[in-house]
Design a protein around this ligand. Structure first.
Ligand code: COA
Length: 361
């Protein structure tokens, strides 16, 4: 397989059409628009409609990304979905996306590192492309968190939203592409943010359901403290690994969990907020989907341009955190189609020669 740097050649996102405002939530739980806005920056979020779920949203985002990359589903080598709200415990959501896309030659699996899942999936796809074991990968972050929310728990139900974002990564020498990706975890802090029941440790029973143990639970204050330091540390590490200075970063795309966390990270790094993408006011925290949605939206609105250097930084349940540096390309590889045709023709000629070659005496 041809090797090359992992370059973004397509991007897309999907946000469900149902908008749920803070005022809507005021009618469901003891909260206020003022509290939510001042503590988190969130004004509204999207909730999936009946019949929509993580794989359907992931598929929609992936289709847009593939169209932009001008890559046919049957030419996709790998599909990775980052999610903590999969359609099923198994099969992987990525397999459902593979089927829906008709990506008949692709391998597919999920990556679960909560809100760090997209950066983790980028790290995996980048490694496989650099190693030559995949020519391309559709990397998706998708969540349907509204199905995991307890609308009696005001600590969590106001924070999260649904959606999906995707990028196509391809081997190319057209750009430096992904320059670094660093990942970290501290499993001892897993219970700060988790869904207790429904897995093999606490299987679902009538009792776990009655106690709402299948919903997201969080100790927000503790998560907040860990988030700022871990995101800033990961950003510095990813920059050092890429050999890039912060002054060379055109745009930072952080995980959208809380505008105060994003602010604090930018301050800690001495990075100007004008170069930080913030869209949490419209989507809430969409976990694994937040970075790819923000990336795709920034590219669509011209805030992110070809040749820009981007810093992605995330943290989430696990506890997990990570960051990646990449040069944004965002357009199809110009000569890919021609190359594919030439490669196919060469293979056909080889096959024909094999057939006519006489067996050795
Ligand atoms: N509406 C009104 N009041 C609420 C509320 C809501 N939706 N949610 C919580 N409260 C109340 C609490 O009951 C508590 O009341 P008490 O003091 O009477 O017990 C109080 O608000 C807590 O306030 P405070 O400690 O000042 O909140 P905060 O500034 O820490 O903000 C979070 C809370 C959750 C917004 C904040 O801690 C946070 O964003 N943490 C990180 C969460 C996160 O990012 N999670 C995702 C990780 S990927």
């Amino acid at each position: 397989m041809p090797r090359g740097n992992a370059v973004v050649t397509g991007y897309g996102f999907y946000a469900p059409s149902r908008v749920v405002t803070n005022h809507d939530l005021e009618k469901m739980v003891d909260t206020s628009d003022e509290w939510i806005t001042s503590r988190t920056g969130i004004k509204e979020r999207r909730f999936a409609a009946q019949g929509e779920n993580t794989s359907t949203m992931a598929t929609r985002a992936a289709k847009i990304a593939l169209e932009r990359a001008r890559l046919r589903p049957q030419d996709v080598d790998l599909i990775i979905v980052g999610t903590c709200s999969p359609d099923y415990l198994f099969p992987a959501t990525a397999c459902l996306v593979q089927d829906a896309l008709g990506a008949e030659h692709a391998g597919a699996f999920d990556v679960e590192a909560a809100c760090t899942s997209f950066v983790s999936a980028i790290a995996v796809a980048n490694g496989m492309i650099l190693a030559g074991s995949a020519r391309n990968a559709v990397v998706i972050g998708a969540e349907c968190l509204s199905r995991l929310l307890d609308f009696k728990d005001r600590n969590t139900c106001v924070l999260f939203g649904d959606g999906a974002g995707a990028v196509v990564l391809e081997a190319s020498n057209a750009s430096v592409g992904v320059e670094s990706a660093v990942l970290h975890a501290d499993g001892s802090k897993g219970e700060l943010l988790y869904v207790k029941a429904g897995g093999s440790r606490v299987p679902a029973t009538n009792e776990t359901v009655a106690q709402g143990q299948h919903f997201i639970r969080m100790q927000g204050g503790e998560v907040f403290k860990l988030a700022v330091k871990s995101m800033a540390d990961a950003a510095e590490e990813a920059l050092a690994e890429a050999g890039v200075g912060l002054d060379e970063i055109d745009l930072m795309v952080p995980h959208q969990a809380n505008v105060r966390i994003i602010d604090a990270v930018a301050k800690r790094l001495h990075f100007p907020m004008e170069k930080v993408i913030v869209n949490i006011q419209r989507y809430g925290n969409t976990s694994a989907a937040s970075i790819p949605i923000a990336l795709a939206e920034a590219a669509e609105t011209g805030k992110l341009k070809k040749g820009d250097r981007v810093l992605l930084v995330a943290f989430g349940g696990g506890f997990t955190w990570g960051a990646a540096v990449m040069e944004w390309w965002g357009v199809p590889i110009p000569d890919r189609r021609e190359k594919t045709i030439v490669e196919r023709a060469a293979r056909t000629v080889d096959d024909l020669l094999d057939r006519v070659r006489l067996p050795s005496p």
